[in-house]
Design a protein around this ligand. Structure first.
Ligand SMILES: Cc1cc2nc3c(=O)[nH]c(=O)nc-3n(C[C@H](O)[C@H](O)[C@H](O)COP(=O)(O)O)c2cc1C
Length: 261
């Protein structure tokens, strides 16, 4: 564990510098204000280039271990789209949408993506870039240890017991230790990407509605997904109709949620 803790605590010598581009907080605030959950859309089509650009922005979201265990299904086939709206209980937000995206967390993809990361490192090194030892160790050793749960989560439960006892004497990673935990793990990152998508659409002047009101089993079947995959949400896209926003935004007082400790 000491080598793995060093992966977290040591700053590697990389010599890489990146200057943050100039940003505009007022523009960001306007985008945040503009994003509302829209339940009725008008007939305005969403340009394909907007969809493609915003989907690329979606993939820029931070994600756990950079393993990118997500997929975004842009359901374009008219029959499938109709079927999907039906599986969203024919909610107006789905039925009147110009476009529908299904955001899927795919926890089982960690393994092939860890290998892909190692391949990416090999290519980078062949091109003269230096990849720190800790990065290799992260994807070759630590990630497999943390994300392997084994059949019926048996390896996960062994880890849980080990972590429990280790926790008495050291700061210890606790999760994920079963397949449900892996689903949660992947869903967190996928949900962040969904927010990128919705804010990106708002930046382009288009509206969205995130939906978890759907029949997950039927949606998975429609997209040929596995049982272990989690449909994080379905997001509809379009331009709000006159009656598209059901009311002013309601948020409870900030003091209820923002805690300074
Ligand atoms: C995970 C999630 C699932 C949601 N599911 C639905 C849904 O199925 N149908 C719907 O009309 N709105 C759905 N919403 C939208 C919320 O109702 C909405 O975000 C909330 O009322 C706040 O309004 P605002 O988004 O306009 O700020 C969902 C939102 C989230 C984040």
């Amino acid at each position: 564990m000491s080598e793995s803790s060093e992966i977290f605590s040591k700053v590697p010598e990389l010599g890489y510098r990146e200057v943050a581009p100039a940003t505009d907080p007022q523009a960001f605030a306007r985008i945040l204000e503009a994003r509302r959950s829209v339940r009725v859309y008008d007939q305005t089509p969403v340009p394909e280039r907007v969809m493609r650009e915003v989907l690329e922005w979606t993939l820029m979201a931070p994600n756990s271990s950079n393993l990118q265990c997500w997929e975004f299904y842009w359901v374009r086939n008219p029959e499938k789209k109709k079927e999907l709206a039906k599986y969203c209980f024919n909610q107006p937000a789905a039925k009147t949408a110009q476009e529908l995206i299904v955001a899927v967390a795919r926890p089982s993809h960690w393994k092939k993506h860890a290998k892909q990361m190692v391949e990416t490192f090999k290519t980078a090194e062949a091109q003269g870039q230096k990849i720190p030892k800790s990065a290799w160790a992260y994807y070759q050793k630590l990630a497999p240890f943390v994300y392997t749960q084994g059949p019926l989560s048996l390896f996960g439960y062994i880890k849980k017991v080990l972590f429990f006892f280790r926790g008495f004497t050291a700061v210890t990673p606790r999760e994920p230790t079963d397949h449900k935990g892996m689903a949660l793990w992947a869903s967190k990152s996928c949900a962040l990407a969904c927010e990128n998508f919705m804010l990106g659409m708002a930046a382009h002047g288009f509206d969205t509605c995130p939906m978890e009101g759907f029949d997950s089993r039927k949606v998975k079947k429609l997209l040929n997904l596995k049982r272990s995959d989690e449909v994080t949400m379905v997001i509809s896209v379009g331009k709000r109709g006159n009656n598209g926003v059901y009311g002013p935004r309601v948020r409870f007082p900030s003091t209820q949620f923002i805690k300074e400790v």
